[in-house]
Write a protein of this length. Sequence first.
Length: 249
Amino acid sequence: MDRLKGKRALITGGTTGIGFETAREFLKEGARVAITGKNPSTLDAARKELGPEVLVIASDASDASAQKDVAKSIQQVFGQLDILFANAGVVDMRPIEQFDSEAFDRSFAINCKGPYFLIQALLPVFANPASIVLNGSVNAHIGMPNTTIYSASKAALLSLTRTLSGELLPRGIRVNAISPGPIETPLYSKLGFSGDQLKAVAASIQDQIPARRFGRPSEIASAVVFLASDESAFTVGSELLIDGGMGNL
């Protein structure tokens, strides 16, 4: 229960779903935790549930310039940072003919551009050693219809896992990624489907998972704890697929 004892961690998109569950696991493992989010109601709810010792930062993950403010808050409160879990993301599922440049830019801004410039802003703040975990997706590996932009943005993020590993390792910063399959989170309820449509979409996705179920946020959080901890000190530039076998099809 002390695998992260004394470590200082930042989780983007830490108010719900995978990010929130990971924040709880980090706290159990002894870390000091900061989370970011954009929605005032979920920020307040997370603050109440995680407790007053958690640093809660209101920030828009799609705003590259705002990442400097996040880094400044971390430095002021924590001094240095040992762990970054770049988790904030968006899923926009629609046929190719329904996309416009604004929707394209939004997905890439949240899923790739924001994490990139957050890492850049945190460079003076990272301790040595430090660990970065990027949240990719199984969709970067499979040809699921209606996920063209989402999948491309996550593939770009996974490419950063490898290239940033080579660039940042001399600074003592390890970079790795997790790539979840479909997970039971509020994310799918944000896709704009009606109740019946959402059930149909969920059933269709579940049929594509060899394990025949959605994953649990706790299963992802456990993997992030491993990659954030010293147990994975020799794990560099790696991607861990946690997808119920979906990426093997």
